[in-house]
Each structure stands twice: as structure tokens, then as C-alpha cells.
Design a protein around this ligand. Structure first.
Ligand SMILES: *[C@@H]1O[C@H](CO)[C@@H](O)[C@H](O)[C@H]1NC(C)=O
Ligand SMILES: *[C@@H]1O[C@H](CO)[C@@H](O)[C@H](O)[C@H]1NC(C)=O
Ligand SMILES: *[C@@H]1O[C@H](CO)[C@@H](O)[C@H](O)[C@H]1NC(C)=O
Length: 371
């Protein structure tokens, strides 16, 4: 496939007209994959930014052989899903200098660690590409696609492509649940008002994605952020190392409104096929039944340093890494391990309507969209 892609690039330079035939053969008719979101799906964009939110150092990426910028030991959920759909390549990060030429016809990853729906989210980390700016970057890619294959085929490529948006956790964690940093915001804005602000902003962003030609759009809800090791560690000390209740309640409050938003947009934006992925439910189930999924710990991250559950210090070169990475739900204080990502990805691909509604990713990929 990489041979075919580079062949496409060469041919494309010579004969713009013939590229489509060759490149479609190269991509085995798999829809292109456009990825938006935060560190759960960042494939290395933050490697190119001045930010504290980075993962291009050991032991991240240990199962790739070296760090890639992914915030886990191996592949992210979107990597696994796209491979399962038949792709030989992982969708490349937008900011990588090698993401050029007709490579973009198979899709691009715009996700950025520390980012969120709101522009102000993640400010404490330094640079990050928030959802508004990720959409600006997609608009640029779309122009490049038109340059390679023309307006008509570009519109067709984009409307058959799979778009996924995995965001919102940082908006909650940064503004409400980070000790000290969040205290001002919490006093001034109630959770209800804050969640409504996120939803109204996200409505505009998803509408813009549709206006740029996207039709198949998977919206991933916020997971049980109260159960990540960071929250277990930093919440009410009397709670021991149990899930922190408040972040989970706020995530559920947001998710309920998000589902209504997705149904609204699906109804009002002609020809759109939105799906709502209930990752909260999937991850909560994994945490409840971790031993029946083959995990030994649902609380302690594989890569940890100090504390009750090793949840306060980010994973880095001085951390301890567990012996068997497949036995831990969490890789670090914030992010699932590849083993957990595989289970989540499988349920997004093939799950029933209680996991992902109204169709799963395999069904979404196969939908024919005419307008
Ligand atoms: C957020 O930033 C983008 C630029 O990345 C800008 O276009 C947009 O208007 C900003 N949104 C708000 C609400 O300030
Ligand atoms: C979106 O609309 C289609 C019909 O166009 C319908 O089959 C589907 O169930 C709707 N999806 C959602 C999330 O409401
Ligand atoms: C997980 O546990 C819940 C009850 O806590 C149960 O209803 C569900 O069937 C379990 N799922 C699996 C896969 O074991």
C-alpha cells in the first residue's frame, strides 16, 4: 500500500487525470479516515507543538518499538478501527511534514493532546490545536484534495469518508476537576451552564464539518472520567481510590445532551448520517467486569510513579512500567492501554445499538451516500 501511495504521488504529478483510478485501487475501496479529537486519538500532532502535553518519549509507544506521539503503549482506538476496516496504513498526523501529496486521499488525523471543544481548554499545557482549529486544518486538506482529484471526485471522497470526533474530556477535566487550576471556574459557572456552553459550541463545529462535505460522522461521547487513575487519586481523599462521582455525573449530564444534539443534527442536516458512540457505557462495563475481560487491574496504570494508585504524575522515562501490559485497563493516569483500546474498538466496529447508535462503524463504512 505504501508503494501504491507513492506510485500515486508520482503518477499524480505526471497525469492528474489518472490518479483516481490508481489511488482507488491502492486503497482497496476503504473510505478515507478523518480523525478529530484529543490525546485519546492524537497520532503525533503534538510532536510539532510547544506544549507540555506530549507523548513522544519513552516508555510511550513501547509496543511500536519507539514513541510516536500516541498517548498509550501501542495503537489508539481509531488506529485499530481503521486497520480492522482493511487499511494497511495508520492515518497520519496533519502536522507531520511527511503528510503531503496524494497520501491525504486516505485521510488525515487532526487530533491534538490537551485540546477540547472550547478554545480556552488546555491553555495550561501551552500550544494545542482545539476543535475550531482542527476544522480550519481540515478545510485546508479539502482544498488540497480538490487540487489532486478535482471538485467532483473530492466531494465524493469526502461524503464517503468516515469522520470521527473524540473530544470533551479535557473541557471537563481542565475546567472543573484539576486541583487549584479549576477552582475559579467552578465557583463562577455551574456545571449545567458549562455543559450547555460546550454543547452549543459543538453544535456549530459539527455543522461546519457537514458544510465542508462530511456526511458519515461518528461522535464519541465522554468516557467515565471520574474513573481514570488521575481522578481516583486527586478526588475526595475519603473516597479512597474509587471512581470520583462528580466528574462521572458531569460527563453523563453532557452525554445526555450530546445524544440529543446528534439526533437533532442528523434530522436537520440533509443527508447526514451521524452516529453516537457510547464509550462511557463501554468503558464503564470494562471497569466493572475487568477480570472477565482478562485484566488484573482497573485502577493502577501500567506506567506509574507514585501515589495511592500512581495517578498523579504523567508517564515518563523515570516511571515504572508493568510486566504485562495486556493486564491493565489504563496505560497512564489518563489513557487506556492498547489492550483496552482493542476491546473498545471492537465494540465500536461491531457493537449493537446500545454501544453505538443507530449503526456501528462497519455499517457506517458500508453506507452509500448520494448527496
Ligand atoms: C476559537 O479560535 C478560532 C481560531 O482557531 C476562531 O476562529 C474562533 O472564532 C474562536 N472561537 C471563539 C468562541 O472564540
Ligand atoms: C439519522 O437519519 C437516518 C435517516 O436519514 C436514520 O435512519 C437514523 O436512525 C438517524 N440517526 C440518528 C442518530 O438519529
Ligand atoms: C458486567 O457487569 C454487569 C453488572 O455489573 C452485567 O450486567 C454485565 O452483563 C457484565 N458484562 C460482562 C461482559 O460480563
Amino acid at each position: 500500500m505504501s508503494f501504491l501511495v507513492s506510485l500515486c504521488q508520482v503518477i499524480a504529478l505526471l497525469f492528474l487525470f489518472f490518479t483516481e483510478i490508481l489511488c482507488l485501487a491502492g486503497s482497496k475501496n476503504i473510505p478515507a479516515n478523518f480523525v478529530f479529537g484529543d490525546s485519546l486519538v492524537d497520532a503525533g500532532n503534538n510532536n510539532y507543538l510547544a506544549t507540555l502535553s506530549k507523548a513522544n518519549y519513552d516508555p510511550n509507544g513501547i509496543d511500536f518499538g519507539s514513541p510516536t506521539g500516541r498517548f498509550t503503549n501501542g495503537r489508539t482506538i481509531v488506529d485499530i478501527v481503521y486497520q480492522a476496516l482493511g487499511s494497511d496504513e495508520l492515518t497520519p498526523p496533519y502536522l507531520a511534514p511527511t503528510t503531503r501529496g496524494s497520501l491525504i486521499l486516505n485521510g488525515v488525523n487532526y487530533a491534538s493532546g490537551g485540546s477540547g471543544i472550547l478554545n480556552s481548554t488546555g491553555k495550561l499545557f501551552g500550544e494545542r490545536v482545539n476543535v475550531d482549529a482542527q476544522l480550519d486544518n481540515f478545510a485546508t486538506t479539502r482544498q488540497d484534495i480538490i487540487f489532486w482529484i478535482g471538485e467532483f471526485d473530492a466531494a465524493k471522497l469526502v461524503r464517503s469518508a468516515i469522520f470521527s470526533v473524540t473530544t470533551g474530556s479535557n473541557d471537563l477535566i481542565n475546567n472543573y476537576f484539576t486541583p487549584v487550576v479549576s477552582s475559579v471556574q467552578r465557583k463562577v459557572v455551574s456545571p449545567e451552564v458549562f455543559v450547555d456552553t460546550m454543547i452549543s459550541r459543538f453544535r456549530l463545529q459539527l455543522t461546519r464539518l457537514y458544510q465542508l462535505g462530511a456526511r458519515k460522522i461518528a461522535v464519541i461521547n465522554i468516557g467515565p472520567v471520574g474513573c481514570i487513575p488521575f481522578s481516583r487519586e486527586s478526588s475526595d481523599p475519603t473516597a479512597g481510590n474509587e471512581c470520583s462521582v462528580e466528574p462521572n455525573e458531569m460527563a453523563q449530564m453532557y452525554n445526555l445532551k450530546l445524544k440529543t444534539l446528534v439526533e437533532d443534527l442528523n434530522r436537520s442536516l440533509h443527508g447526514s448520517r451521524f452516529v453516537y458512540a457510547d464509550v462511557f457505557r463501554i468503558v464503564y462495563d470494562i471497569l466493572q467486569n475487568y477480570s472477565s475481560y482478562g485484566f488484573e487491574s482497573e485502577k493502577i496504570p501500567c506506567c506509574s510513579l507514585v501515589g495511592k494508585v500512581g495517578g498523579l504524575i504523567p508517564c515518563g522515562p523515570t516511571s515504572k512500567v508493568c510486566m504485562d501490559r495486556s493486564k491493565y485497563v489504563f496505560w497512564d493516569p489518563y489513557h487506556p492501554s492498547e489492550a483496552a483500546n482493542i476491546i473498545i474498538a471492537r465494540r465500536l466496529l461491531s457493537g449493537d445499538t446500545s454501544d453505538i447508535f443507530p449503526v456501528n462503524i462497519r455499517q457506517l463504512a458500508n453506507l452509500k451516500i448520494n448527496a
